[in-house]
Design a protein. Structure first.
Ligand SMILES: C[S@@+](CC[C@H](N)C(=O)[O-])C[C@H]1O[C@@H](n2cnc3c(N)ncnc32)[C@H](O)[C@@H]1O
Length: 243
């Protein structure tokens, strides 16, 4: 494979959920870059793609701390972009693994933007992956959007008021909501959905594709803090014409 950087979507969770293009790019890479949240911690993306990675390849862990402050996040993106560009300049074919799709709320997207800014001559490409919302919907046999439905993908709102407003607007359209980064917010989101009688139209998904995945009707999941890797799909109505 020629020198360059390829962002590769893998999973989510399930090692079977890799495109042929993803498998080929990973297998042919000299360097496999993997995002990690802490020094020395395991990379979820590398675990998913481990069946495509050989001992002859060099692993390059890139640290992206999970903090909200702008400065450490920018520093991490710039450091990662510089490290990847240096590998490519040295003639290496590099892949950067991303969990799910490489363009949806993905660390890889920030790295790509930083590279375009700081190293515009670095050849890059992106191999799309399967989003966690698609994998969750597929796992439950839950149609994401039909006919005139809208689909709004966004982080879960921070407050009950904001979520209530969002649900009201969604009901008028009709708009299916895909709420990412649900995690600890589930402790108040569930009671809110229950009060509004919306639990039966909502699908809860946690660690989709991993052996311990939970994909259930929202009503089956107790109100409590859940892991960061959880999401919610909310449908408030169905099109008139259905089989
Ligand atoms: C930084 S975003 C990454 C999204 C990813 N690029 C995608 O295409 O789905 C992280 C959020 O995606 C969702 N997510 C990612 N992987 C997941 C999984 N395996 N199971 C459930 N939710 C997941 C969660 O809402 C999590 O908070």
């Amino acid at each position: 494979m020629p020198a360059g950087l390829t962002l590769v979507g893998v999973g989510p969770g399930d090692p079977e959920l890799l495109t042929l293009a993803a498998v080929r790019a990973i297998e042919q890479a000299d360097v496999v870059a993997t995002p990690v949240a802490r020094e020395g911690s395991a990379s979820m993306a590398a675990t998913i793609a481990s069946h495509c990675i050989s001992t002859k390849q060099r692993l390059l862990p890139l640290l992206f701390p999970m903090v909200s402050a702008a400065r450490p996040r920018r520093e991490a993106w710039h450091l990662a972009a510089d490290a990847l560009a240096a590998e490519v300049k040295a003639g290496q074919a590099v892949v950067l693994l991303c969990e799910g799709d490489a363009s949806l709320f993905a660390t890889g997207s920030y790295v790509l933007l930083a590279l375009q800014q700081r190293h515009p001559d670095c050849p890059t490409r992106v191999i799309p992956g399967i989003t966690a919302i698609s994998a969750a919907a597929a796992s439950a046999g839950w149609p994401l959007a039909l006919q005139q439905d809208q689909l709004l993908v966004m982080p879960c709102p921070e407050t009950p008021d904001a979520l209530t407003g969002l649900l009201e607007t969604a009901a008028q359209h009709p708009r299916v909501l895909a709420l990412m980064k649900l995690g600890h917010r589930w402790a108040w989101v569930r009671p809110l959905l229950e009060r509004q009688n919306m639990l039966s139209g909502a699908l809860f998904a946690e660690r989709v594709g991993w052996p311990d995945q939970i994909v259930r009707s929202a009503g089956d999941i107790e109100a409590s803090e859940r892991p960061y890797f959880s999401l919610l799909l909310v449908r408030q109505g169905w099109p008139d014409v259905l089989p």
